[in-house]
Ligand binder design. Structure first.
Ligand SMILES: Cc1ncc(COP(=O)(O)O)c(C=O)c1O
Length: 378
């Protein structure tokens, strides 16, 4: 029973076949030759990914994962001491670490907008912070990794547009879980990964870059020979489109797999999104009935990520005990969400993340198993 789709979803057979077939061709005729042979299918991958998020293929850069997508985007800004990055209290830990690294190395200030009483960022406070004359960027994890929350990413986009500040969205947990439309978001960058609710392979992700950001000439700090042309000893010209955010070496099999996963998600459509949300809501209801269990998800809008305090037990141990019973979940400790976890008064959380392919029977079985695990003395 796979209730760890926020970790990695299960690949459909079609994705597996596409990846396997390309690796087979690489072994048979050579990696570079297989890439040439697959050129039109690689282009089709860009088209499918672009369609999935409402973009054009030239606005999609395929990179290793969401973290690389995010850091490539972040590195496009020349931060100076006193510049401000505005973010939230629930942003992904690696993003927070990047901001803190920029604070340490470039003197950037990290301003985090306050939460609303019910959880989730307060867009009015964010607006106030984004109006800071030195605000260079607003960055928001639309769905944070561990809190079941859906941030008001569209409202934040409207605020950024109104003020004229660039907007970077981490949509890693969103793609494949909910509708994503970069035009509605009004974002300049959007980072995502393949392996989660999108059900693509591991080790591949993508970055959307808006026409506006491209026209401004933004490019990653360490652009390579795929993203730019070395034209003279001391000069280079940037590649066209979001390609400038990519690297030359490419996991072609995974790129094809990512494209297939995007096509699959487009076919499943909204029904899949709705079913995953319904299952998560059911799960929350049932988990709340277990003695000592506290459902930790906050915010007006919640998603298919359910987090609990497993009755003060160590979430790692609970996760492993469930796995021994054939139930996949995941756990996180405080370092994954220092602000969030301290506010909730927990040191570890158990995360259950259903997808549309899970069943109510599986949820019942997971609840029963969890009840047994928690009733035992640790
Ligand atoms: C909200 C969020 N952002 C970013 C990431 C990082 O994704 P990746 O591991 O593909 O770099 C994750 C991974 O769990 C995530 O949950």
């Amino acid at each position: 029973m796979h209730l760890n789709n926020a970790g990695a979803g299960l690949m459909p057979q079609a994705v597996l076949d596409v990846v396997g077939n390309h690796l087979q061709r690489e072994a048979e005729i050579g990696g570079y030759e297989a890439a040439d042979e697959a050129a039109s299918r690689v282009r089709a991958s860009y088209e499918a990914i672009a369609r999935l998020v409402g973009a054009g293929p030239r606005n999609v850069a395929i990179v290793e994962n969401a973290t690389v997508a995010f850091s490539q985007a972040l590195s496009a800004f020349d931060f100076h001491p006193g510049d401000v990055i505005v973010t939230t209290r629930a942003d992904y830990p690696s993003n927070q670490l990047m901001f803190l690294s920029l604070a340490r190395r470039a003197g950037v200030e990290v301003h985090r907008a306050a939460d609303l009483p019910e959880g989730g960022v307060d867009p009015d406070h964010l607006r106030q912070l984004a109006k800071h004359p030195r605000c260079k960027l607003v960055a928001v994890s639309w769905v944070p990794t561990n809190s079941g929350l859906v941030q008001v990413a569209l409202q934040v986009g409207a605020v950024c547009r109104e003020i004229g500040v660039p907007y970077l969205v981490d949509a890693c947990q969103c793609v494949g879980q909910m509708p994503v439309d970069v035009q509605a978001l009004q974002c300049d960058f959007l980072a995502a990964t393949g392996r989660k609710f999108l059900r693509g392979p591991r080790g591949i992700g993508f970055l959307y870059v808006s026409d506006q950001a491209l026209a401004r000439g933004l490019y990653p700090l360490f652009v390579d020979l795929h993203g730019a042309d070395w034209t003279d000893p001391d000069a280079f010209t940037l590649g066209d489109g979001a390609r400038r955010f990519e690297n030359w070496e490419f996991a072609y099999a995974l790129v094809l797999g990512l494209g297939e996963a995007a096509r699959y998600a487009l076919t499943v459509g909204h029904e899949g999104f709705e079913r995953a949300q319904c299952l998560a809501a059911l799960l929350r209801e049932r988990l709340a009935t277990l003695p000592g269990v506290r459902v930790l998800d906050r915010g007006r809008e919640r998603c298919a990520i359910v987090t609990i305090d497993p009755a003060r037990r160590d979430a790692v141990k609970v996760k492993l005990a469930l796995r021994a019973r054939g139930i996949n979940t995941s756990s996180a400790d405080r370092s994954v969400g220092v602000l969030d976890m301290d506010e909730k008064g927990v040191t570890s959380v158990l995360r259950l993340s259903p997808h549309y392919y899970n069943t109510e029977e599986e949820l019942d079985a997971a609840i029963a198993a969890l009840s047994v695990v928690l009733s035992r003395k640790s």
